[in-house]
Design a protein around this ligand. Structure first.
Ligand SMILES: Cc1cc2nc3c(=O)[nH]c(=O)nc-3n(C[C@H](O)[C@H](O)[C@H](O)COP(=O)(O)OP(=O)(O)OC[C@H]3O[C@@H](n4cnc5c(N)ncnc54)[C@H](O)[C@@H]3O)c2cc1C
Length: 308
């Protein structure tokens, strides 16, 4: 059975994937985008720090507008996940969630990062209503508020220090900190209150959002915001199936150059999956470069194969 061949397949329907689709499709390439906008980290966000879009805009609206824009330039979208990836002669073979298979001349990986969860009741319910996974994105919503950051790695300590001059009080709840000496010194010198414990319960009201947390040591803290900063795990399993290199320090992000090329010819990556800062502006910028580069590469391959 012949599988449909695309010049560019983009894995991910977030800002990086959508922007890549727009730029690739405008270069007369056949483009397929996989994923679901509901799974983009942007979907539940309210954006106020993206240039040219004044005021608060919902992430879900922005994503839908982007998808329509990319479709108008000819990109196809398929709501579903990529399950398996392999490399053949000048082709990448993709197996999709619905059992179908497609081939690609080039691939752009924009799967974002999977934020680690606490797994407690209220965590999902209060997301965007006091619970956040991104200090860089949401710190300013908690000016003069009482906040708690939880996590035992550098992301949590750095987050607590970022919040210190903004919030009226910052708690850091971490059983055992595993961070470098420099961060520990900064933490000790700061007003952040480190409590060696674990969060066991998140309490709140449907409309007011988070109100307090309970800890394993029996303490109850009244808070306005809870930042869960437990490091991030990229959707990297698929990438490593075809030998895409990860950053040697963290092994959590895909290594790319300024053309968004990975170590595998014809395979590109963009957005959160290439590492922090986790911001829409970065994702869109990288998506633009990846889309243009992949399209140029695919067209050269196509010309060599078909003369067109
Ligand atoms: C609550 C919140 C608020 C935020 N606020 C802001 C803000 O104010 N300003 C700002 O700039 N940034 C903000 N961000 C960050 C911003 O949303 C991300 O930086 C941005 O969405 C990253 O884009 P991306 O395309 O790399 O990944 P994502 O948007 O996360 O998209 C990932 C895509 O990959 C797909 N995917 C994953 N695995 C597979 C697979 N196996 N097969 C197919 N598809 C797959 C998913 O379905 C999804 O479509 C916020 C994030 C959160 C969580």
């Amino acid at each position: 059975m012949t599988q449909e061949l695309f010049d560019v397949v983009i894995v991910g329907t977030g800002p990086a994937g959508i922007q890549a689709a727009i730029h690739a499709a405008r270069k007369q390439t056949k483009v397929l985008v996989l994923g679901r906008i509901e799974n983009s980290s942007l979907y539940h966000g309210h954006i106020e720090n993206y240039a040219f879009v004044p005021g608060m805009t919902t992430g879900s609206d922005m994503l839908q507008i982007g998808v329509n824009q990319a479709k108008n330039f000819g990109a196809s979208f398929l709501e579903g996940d990529l399950l398996h990836l392999s490399q053949g002669n000048d082709r990448l073979n993709l197996k999709l969630e619905d059992g179908s298979e497609v081939q690609a001349r080039t691939l752009i990986l924009t799967m974002g990062v999977a934020k680690k969860k606490l797994g407690l009741d209220g965590e999902k319910e209060f997301l965007g209503k006091g619970v956040s996974y991104c200090v860089d994105c949401d710190a300013n919503f908690f000016r003069n508020a009482v906040v708690c950051v939880t996590g035992d790695r550098s992301a949590a300590v750095d987050g607590a220090l970022t919040l210190e001059p903004i919030a009226s009080k910052v708690y850091l709840v971490a059983d055992e900190l595993e961070v470098c000496e420099d961060l520990l010194t900064q933490l000790t010198k700061s007003s952040v209150e480190h409590i060696e414990s674990k969060i066991t319960k998140i309490n709140g009201e449907k409309f007011q959002g988070v109100q307090s947390i309970e800890l394993a040591n029996g303490q109850k803290l009244g808070i306005d915001g809870l930042f869960i900063e437990m490091g991030s795990k990229g959707a990297l399993q698929l990438a490593t199936l075809i030998g895409v290199e990860l950053d040697p320090e963290h092994m959590q992000y895909i290594t790319v150059n300024r053309k968004q090329e990975t170590n595998i010819p014809g395979v590109y990556a963009a957005g959160d999956i290439t590492g922090p800062p986790y911001q829409m502006a970065k994702a869109v910028g990288e998506g633009c470069v990846a889309g243009m580069e992949a399209a140029t590469y695919a067209r050269a391959m196509r010309k060599k194969e078909t003369g067109k």
